[in-house]
Design a protein around this ligand. Structure first.
Ligand code: BG6
Length: 512
């Protein structure tokens, strides 16, 4: 029998990682994330032959629809959002395993229906299946889902298996320290920590994982990666898009919660943590928590370590776009920040005295995520700054997205009969070296959760520590309302107050 007949998802690709027979249950099956990311991710895993032979996808949602309708929705989602085109061959094997259970998230009998469906799948496949509960709903129903998974016995039923059940939980994980603690408490009442996979999709990005490889597989970096050589670090997560149709969510969130507390802090932790003793999940997460613990409380108010602002009308991509307050669904006089910047001090031997600047915003000049390490200038002055000697500080920049890669700013001699210098840039581009069809973050994350590898997920103590850092800022900003809220024109690089924060230390933001 040919491989692909025995194994409906095997298509001749070499596989280094295998998952046990699995059912993925998606709560929030009709949501945007499911269509844009989760279903295409599962489809691409199938296309790569990375799904187990016995794989099922069960959508769970409020809408009452038959399996066939969910299958049609899934097919359309793949057609529209998958990085690979829909292939009839792959889809014809996945479609009959794509099922649907309807019910309210707080409706107990719905969980009994789900349990019956899962039991029927085990019967059909003639073996025990691992169940992965993927909670991809609005946060208001996280708790009822978790409680019902507990009360219905569903979480426990699949616990004492060689491959115990798992739960993936989407962001936002809480909205401050207290709510994150509550959510952790709910989760750990029903699941154990190794069963819990808290998503930060930035950790699934190829280049974020490459950061670990670059740092720890290249011996040249470690001796330089400290206060003796590095002047400061800038982490930028800039978006060109505005609030779009997400006003309801964003008004309650703002940039600090939406981008800084999670994605940007994760980039910081991976950049600044100590080398882990191994690549296993706990070693890496221990180092990240240690690093987060070394961050000093921020100084609030004028002249402090934070900046926040809102975009006003401006030019983006050659077109005039409205300011935040003019966007649909935004409260007049809203004080929600669309830009946030922090200046962090890390109190340990490696980083004492090295400022870490973090910024994120919507409607900035263009979409770019980068981590830039600015080195100290060469000592001595045999090349005194002048017309002849144009010199820049060495900068190592990890471009996380788009145009993924790594660049280094060096000073070089301009060819010619006299010595003149100019900064030059050395580039490594992923797309040039490896081609551009890299997996999406969610492919990696869904596969890792199926395998039970938590390295690219956030541990409970990690999320609480990062909320502990930002919660005083959130409270202070709330109390201040619009006082101290700066503005910036859409399409610019952010507010003046953020620039002056760096200028106070003799630094300036890069324009990547
Ligand atoms: C999400 C935020 O977590 O990340 C969005 O809620 C943001 O506001 C998005 O646009 C950015 O993700 P990416 O992968 O496009 O950089």
């Amino acid at each position: 029998m040919a491989d692909h007949e025995r194994h409906p998802f095997l298509h001749g690709l070499s596989k280094h990682r295998g998952s046990p027979p699995t059912v993925v249950v998606i709560f929030g099956a009709s949501g945007d994330l499911t269509a844009r990311k989760l279903i295409p991710a599962i489809y691409n895993l199938a296309a790569d032959g990375l799904l187990p032979a016995d794989f099922y996808l069960v959508g769970f949602g409020r809408k009452s629809i038959p399996d066939a309708e969910f299958q049609a929705v899934a097919r359309d989602a793949i057609r529209e959002f998958s990085r690979r085109e829909l292939s009839d061959d792959i889809w014809s094997r996945l479609a009959p395993r794509t099922l649907y259970v309807s019910g309210g998230y707080d409706e107990r009998p719905a969980y009994d229906r789900l349990a019956a469906r899962l039991a029927a799948l085990e019967k059909e496949s003639g073996q025990e299946l691992q169940v992965l509960f993927y909670i991809s709903t609005p946060p208001s129903v996280f708790a009822p889902i978790i409680q019902n998974l507990g009360a219905s016995g569903l979480a426990a039923r699949y616990l004492r298996r060689p491959h115990q059940s798992k739960v993936i939980i989407e962001k936002p994980f809480g909205r401050d320290l207290a709510s994150a603690r509550d959510l952790n408490r709910e989760l750990t009442t029903v699941f154990t920590e190794p069963q819990i996979f808290r998503i930060d999709h930035y950790l699934g990005k190829e280049t974020v994982q490459d950061l670990l490889v670059q740092r720890f597989a290249n011996a040249i970096f470690e001796p330089l990666w400290n206060r003796n050589f590095i002047d400061h670090v800038q982490i930028t997560v800039a978006e060109e898009v505005g609030v779009g149709s997400r006003a309801g969510y964003y008004e309650q969130s703002g940039c600090l919660r939406d981008m800084i507390q999670n994605h940007t802090m994760q980039l910081l932790a991976l950049t600044a943590m100590e080398p882990p003793v191994s690549l296993d999940a706990e070693s890496i997460r221990d180092e990240k928590v240690k690093l987060l613990n070394a961050i000093q409380p921020l100084r609030l108010g004028p002249g402090g370590d934070t900046a926040r602002a809102q975009y006003t009308e401006g030019l983006v991509g050659g077109g005039l776009v409205p300011g935040y307050l003019q966007e649909a669904g935004i409260a007049s006089g809203s004080s929600t920040e669309t830009y946030a910047a922090l200046r962090l001090s890390i109190n340990n031997w490696r980083w004492a005295g090295v400022p870490f600047y973090l910024r994120s915003g919507k409607r900035l000049a263009h979409r770019v995520t980068e981590i830039a390490l600015r080195f100290k200038r060469a000592p001595g002055n045999i090349f005194p700054e002048s017309d002849r000697f144009n010199l820049a500080a060495n900068t190592l920049a990890f471009q996380i997205q788009p145009d993924e890669g790594l660049s280094m700013v060096l000073n070089a001699k301009i060819p010619g009969l006299e010595t003149r210098t100019q900064p030059v840039q050395m580039n490594f581009r992923y797309a040039t070296t490896f081609g551009s069809n890299t997996p999406e973050a969610y492919e990696r994350l869904v596969l890792d959760a199926m395998i039970g590898d938590g390295t690219l997920f956030i541990r409970g103590d990690e999320t609480e520590r990062s909320w502990q850092l930002v919660t005083p800022i959130l409270e202070f900003w709330k109390e201040q309302g619009r006082a101290g809220l700066d503005i910036y024109a859409a399409g610019s690089w952010g507010p003046a107050s953020s620039a002056s924060q760096l200028a106070a230390n003799g630094h300036s933001w890069r324009e990547p």
